[in-house]
Design a protein around this ligand. Structure first.
Ligand SMILES: NC(=O)c1ccc[n+]([C@@H]2O[C@H](COP(=O)([O-])OP(=O)(O)OC[C@H]3O[C@@H](n4cnc5c(N)ncnc54)[C@H](OP(=O)(O)O)[C@@H]3O)[C@@H](O)[C@H]2O)c1
Length: 260
């Protein structure tokens, strides 16, 4: 299948790079369009056999699957521009945050297989948590898109009404996790570590915590119980954090930005 990526910025480049590095898509089967010369040059650096163009219509005409990776406010203009190239058998995959299926189908004005895909920035290193919703698709198309994005980390098909929540938890969630890491790093510096050592301690500890959850398939509290000796140091630290509103702050933050 020929795949077009329209928009070769952060997400477009990360998707193209992930597809090629993981041999999910042959470079000859990928066509990438962007208005920006520098972005297309970055795509050529990934693999010179990828076709690049400044013409979205050309990319849309050649591909069976079109991945929209432009900013949300440009989606409508791009879809209008390529409207004549969107035949009924094509698959549209939108990465644009907050752009729902109603908006996409009204803009395209025909019944066609549609996907909303919400990756996070760890897609650039093949560690994304990508949430996917579909409309007017077959099971085979769902499986294909999930398996494609599974090459770039983990991918899960969810109901469309959870996409706003998914954006908060998994896409913005990268920033929330990093804010914890920042707090922990500056705390470690106050405790006497250099910033470099503090960053290593904190990042590897977070990676270990996530790996415990993923490997053991446990709820975090189960893993927390293993560290909290009754009357010990860990529970004192946890209770002090909670007294300052730690869990409440995280939950309030997650709920504050749900957008669709
Ligand atoms: N970044 C994230 O963490 C993240 C996560 C999940 C989803 N998303 C979604 O992914 C989409 C892309 O985000 P991004 O961070 O990759 O944005 P980005 O870095 O700004 O990339 C968008 C690219 O599209 C180009 N472009 C602008 N107008 C265009 C047009 N008419 N035709 C073709 N290309 C055009 C831009 O060029 P110029 O720079 O010259 O305008 C830029 O190279 C957004 O809709 C966003 O909501 C992003």
């Amino acid at each position: 299948m020929q795949i077009a990526i329209i928009g070769a910025g952060n997400i477009g480049q990360a998707i193209a790079g992930g597809f090629i590095r993981n041999k999910a898509v042959e470079p000859e089967k990928l066509i990438v369009s962007d208005v920006c010369e520098a972005s297309l040059a970055a795509i050529q650096k990934i693999d010179s056999n990828i076709t690049t163009t400044k013409n979205n219509k050309e990319a849309a005409a050649k591909a069976s699957m079109l991945i929209l990776a432009v900013k949300p406010w440009l989606v409508q203009a791009v879809l209008f521009d390529i409207a004549k190239e969107i035949s009924d058998d094509k698959i549209i995959v939108s990465c644009a945050a907050g752009i729902d299926f109603d908006f996409l189908s009204h803009t395209i004005d025909k019944q066609i297989a549609l996907f909303r895909v919400m990756p996070n920035t760890a897609i650039s290193i093949g560690e994304s948590m990508t949430l996917i919703a579909s409309q007017d698709t077959s099971k085979a198309q769902d499986d294909f898109v999930v398996s494609l994005f599974s090459k770039l980390g983990k991918a899960l098909l969810i109901s469309d009404n959870l996409m706003g929540a998914a954006t908060s938890v998994a896409s913005c969630g990268i920033a929330y996790a990093l804010r914890y890491l920042r707090a922990s790093t500056v705390g470690a510096v106050e405790l006497g570590f250099t910033p470099e050592t503090a960053s290593l301690l904190v990042a590897q500890t977070m990676k270990g915590a996530a790996a415990l959850m993923l490997t053991n398939q446990t709820h975090p509290e189960i893993e927390i119980d293993k560290v909290t000796t009754p009357g010990g140091w860990t529970i004192k630290g946890l209770n002090e954090m909670e007294a300052h509103g730690f869990s409440n702050a995280v939950i309030k933050g997650l709920k504050a930005n749900r957008n669709s």
